[in-house]
Design a protein. Sequence first.
Length: 176
Amino acid sequence: MWQLLKQIARTDIPAGSVPDTNDAWITTQHQQIQQEILDVLGRALCIRQIDAGSCNGCELEIHALNNPYYNIEGLGIKFVASPRHADMLLVTGPLTLNMKEAVRRAWDATPHPKLVVAAGDCACTGGIFRNSYAVCGPLSGLLPVDVAIPGCPPPPIDLLRGILTALRSRPDAFVP
């Protein structure tokens, strides 16, 4: 323990600068995104997130969307506990045999019109688990997927872009 504390005390602060990021578009387009969601839905976009058997890497990135930097609730996007209240299903992980029926029931319970987003390599293609005995393939084998977001795990900005792409792909479906 003392050896570790000595090492920490001897280590200098890194001299490198903070890396530049291209995530600045969220701050510049905040009002535009919020208005677009209101124009399409007339209210907040409600998402039901389903873990179909993932390693939870994608879930950690989805949780990052709720932090103050991305602030998706401020954009008019919220996560709901029931598919009956959802406009969109956001599915992560490979479609496992144990979750296949649960995902299908969530799809059936989601009112029309509904969108489906496959988040992460596992949901898009089966990922590293695709040849497992417990996996029955990618999500598109069970449900019609509107947008697939690749990455292992996809960063929060890509998740947000995918959600907005799905909303923009069928705006006429939500017109009353």
